[in-house]
Design a protein. Structure first.
Length: 331
């Protein structure tokens, strides 16, 4: 579509979602030709940000709520794209993984772009309808949705930064195959808080646009398809990553205790007090003397002045005698 036609379709009429897809396709095409893996990483975030920008240009926000909702989408998209690009440029393993996706000749990658562009457009479409028709009824619903979108974008940003910094710090300090976390902060209750933030953002954006959908079928169909699709993708990604982590780190007491204490895609807020907490030496977290309080039944000091534990999950059912750790709580 020519730019003027796209702008007009974004502003009014039944072709708003295809117009968003045209914008997304224009962003995805060069990035996917450069790196096939960019179609669902840097290109994904960039497409969302540019679609939000195009929607705002075609239908300028007329209320503070509309501005905030558009701002959340802009922040989410461009922040994610910059994070993924920075991670690729600074982490050798990620760079090699992205290059490994370049298996298809460049011209044969083009058929991948239209369905992805349409999917990303469906995900972002609630913003377009919220800009077109600012809600007059159910305003609280739109406000709650906007708040959830900002919360999700912030959670994902913090979780991404926390994991990025931890991995960079631990990369050269710990042996390969040793679980390094992070296990604190947002990761204390959820193994994949960045995925949780992603789902929360898109759910919030859908809720923010809901009062503007009216009686039309297109907003419900497009927005619902996008939300359902991203939830399925994040659920599948959680299961795959959990499986890989368990295969790689399973049997390491620190990892096993953290896994038992936390939720996968959604936070596990009620873990039972000290359930799943482990002590370890901060200078040697891979040391085998680690205990999970979730399964301990005895904590009385023994005659040697150390604490004795009976652990039926992490190590053994025998009372173990160890020195008090000089490090910190792992989680």
């Amino acid at each position: 579509m020519p730019p003027a036609v796209v702008a007009e379709a974004l502003a009014k009429g039944p072709l708003g979602v295809p117009a968003l897809a045209a914008v997304a396709g224009a962003v995805l095409a060069p990035l996917t030709l450069y790196r096939q893996g960019y179609s669902f990483s840097v290109g994904y975030g960039s497409a969302v940000g540019v679609m939000a920008l195009a929607a705002m240009r075609a239908v300028p926000p007329t209320t503070q709520l509309a501005t905030l909702t558009a701002g959340a989408t802009l922040f989410y998209g461009f922040r994610l794209a910059l994070h993924l690009l920075a991670r690729q440029l600074t982490v050798p393993d990620i760079a090699e993984r992205i290059k490994a996706f370049d298996k298809t000749p460049r011209l044969k990658r083009l058929p991948l772009i239209p369905p992805l562009a349409l999917f990303y457009a469906c995900m972002t479409s609630p913003l377009l309808f919220a800009l077109r028709t600012p809600p007059t009824k159910y305003l609280k619903v739109a406000q709650i949705g906007c708040g959830l979108a900002w919360a999700g974008a912030a959670i994902e940003a913090i979780a991404d930064a926390q994991k990025f910094l931890q991995k960079r710090r631990d990369y050269a300090q710990k042996a390969g195959g040793t679980f390094t976390g992070p296990m604190g902060g947002l990761y204390a209750s959820c193994r994949h808080p960045n995925y949780f933030g992603e789902v929360l953002f898109w759910f919030g954006l859908f809720v923010a646009g809901l009062p503007s959908f009216g009686s039309q079928i297109i907003p419900y169909a497009a927005g619902g398809l996008g939300l359902w699709g991203i939830y399925g993708i994040m659920s599948g990604a959680t299961k795959r990553l959990d499986g890989k982590q368990k295969e790689k780190y399973g049997g390491q007491p620190v990892y096993d205790a953290w896994r038992a204490r936390t939720g996968g895609l959604f936070p596990k807020f009620f873990a039972g007090g000290d359930a799943g907490r482990v002590f370890y030496d901060a200078n040697d977290p891979a040391r085998g003397i680690v205990f999970c309080n979730r399964c301990c039944t005895e904590r009385e000091p023994n005659k040697h002045g150390a604490r004795g534990y009976v652990c039926g999950v992490c190590m053994s059912k025998d009372v173990r005698i160890v020195e008090e750790p000089t490090g910190r709580w792992a989680i």
